[in-house]
Design a protein. Structure first.
Length: 246
């Protein structure tokens, strides 16, 4: 019995040492992965990287990690024309089945899902915020975007008729969708009225409807779904064979 107790104590001690070594190793790997991702994606700040699953060391031996969570704040994505940028306040992705090279210089995830948030003031940059003529004597411009409830965006438009600004802006609820995996489209469900003036639908929609292309998300992930929320436009992202480094 004494020998059995000693054996159990040794097993417990060795198990504890393994756990400690495993956690030290995973913390080091998370820091290295975060630094490499910062360099690869040319980020201004170091991202959050969390390697899930236990034990970590046995995953390393197998050359594949089950699950890595990545968080990037204030990510600047390309807006589609090569010069402009659009800020994504909070981008979080869950990478599954991450395989890496023997020297750890490259890593690729089999699949990825995640979320991103774009503030309304960022999306407003795409809308026609400068007065635009929509009919003889009538100009209009988008002056605000906000949460309209039920996943809709409220587009607020200010208009001037025959040189007189309407006393109150008009607003319209708009649907927001993703097209082609890289573009957010805002389209009015109905048409606002500008002081009772009859205006062709195409001219009104030239003001109320717009779209924003978002290129160059980390690892080649793409937009999936989108809806309006109190804090901005919430986007679901997804991807396959997502490159984390290398």
């Amino acid at each position: 019995m004494r020998a059995l107790r000693i054996l159990l104590i040794i097993v417990v001690i060795l198990g504890g040492l393994f756990v400690i070594a495993d956690r030290v190793a995973v913390n080091f790997a998370e820091g290295e992965a975060a630094d490499r991702l910062k360099t690869t994606e040319n980020l201004s700040a170091t991202p959050d990287v969390s390697i899930k699953g236990f034990p970590f060391l046995t995953q390393v031996v197998g050359g594949s990690l089950d699950d890595i969570e990545v968080g990037i704040t204030n990510y600047e994505a390309a807006a589609g024309n090569g010069a402009e940028k659009i800020r994504i306040d909070d981008l979080r992705a869950d990478m599954r089945g991450v395989e890496f090279s023997g020297d750890y210089s490259s890593a690729t995830a089999t699949s990825a899902t995640g979320t991103a948030t774009i503030a309304y003031d960022e999306l407003l940059k795409t809308a026609k915020s400068e007065p635009t003529q929509v009919a003889p004597g009538v100009t209009a411009s988008v002056v605000g975007l906000s949460d309209g409830g039920n996943g809709k965006i409220k587009v607020t438009v200010e208009a001037t008729v025959l040189g007189t600004k309407l006393p109150e802006p008009v607003s319209v609820l708009s649907s927001v969708t993703v097209i082609d995996g890289d573009t957010v489209r805002v389209k009015a469900d109905g048409l606002p009225k500008f002081g009772g003036v009859e205006i062709a639908e195409s001219r009104v929609r030239s003001i109320t409807d717009f779209q924003q292309k978002i290129d160059g998300l980390p690892g080649g992930i793409q937009l999936d779904k989108v809806q309006a929320a109190p804090g901005g436009v919430e986007i679901t992202v997804k991807g396959s064979n997502v490159r984390l480094a290398g």
